[in-house]
Design a protein around this ligand. Sequence first.
Ligand code: ZN
Ligand code: ZN
Length: 340
Amino acid sequence: MPAAVYVGDGKIAVHDLPVPVPGPHEVLVEVSQCGICGSDMHLVLEGYARPGTVLGHEWAGTVVTSGSAATDWEPGARVVSNPTPGCGTCRPCRLGRPSVCLTRAAPDYLSFGGAFCRYLVVGAERLLRLSDTLSTRDAALTEPTAIAVHTVNLSGVVPGDRVLVTGGGPVGLLTVAVLVARGVTDITVSEPSPLRRDRAAAVGASVVMAPDQFPTPGLGRPVAAPFDVAFECSGQAAAAETALDQLDFAGTLVFVGTGRTMPRINHNRMIVLELTILGAYNYDDDGFRGALDLLASGTIPTDLLIEPDDVLLGEVGETMARLAQGEIAGKVLVRPEVAS
Ligand SMILES: [Zn+2]
Ligand SMILES: [Zn+2]
């Protein structure tokens, strides 16, 4: 089968790999589409991934064959795969945060058995069936939607809040979409790319602006029109510093986008305004089910969040570079084929 393989030096090449064989409790899934995630881009463009690795985790697909004990899954069933569950008893699990379960094996970010390829073997117990109202292609948005829902839930945002989202790329746009679905109406998106600003407005941001347009706060007091909650979705240190500066008393900053340079935190400002900073990593308990329901409900504008043209395996590397430049606003899906 064709696969987009990380070959080192920030580069990806299409290789021919053997089709994996499912065990008794596993199924073979044909990947329909797999989204390019910011984490894939960090691993490739910054060269962290191990050569030989196939990346990609935001996939949806169709069952091809099932192992002898995986009798619930007929060929043609349309599916996504749940993350591995938490233990259910440790402190993070009891808080509804299985992504940071204490018994979870340390993730191997470097050599990931990913879905930028045609076939995957998946444990049958992890599969979730797609409803008839959700296309397989839109279902490739399940994982990032589950992240956005988790992010919004952790933030404690309520519909009347004034919200800032820094970064209007795929993560920021999806965060805006989930906020809108939750009834939040006062959403400002700051983003340097005009293309991404326009898309953010279409998705539901009430105000879009360039990052250099924010006022500088006075010592120990909020700006004139401060925000209650800020979601930092760009991974840029300067954006995080700006977001913190724009918060109101008792405001909350949520880190969503990872980045290479670390922001400087004004602890004096945090103390005087009693600010909260928190990080949001993965999913709520049963977060994929909730994300599937949200996508199937039609309240998430997938046509604005997903780029209209899918790319093929041979275009993954150059597409990542374009995404990193801000030349593309929405989520790019990879169709696991090669150009003929
Ligand atoms: Zn992802
Ligand atoms: Zn646990």
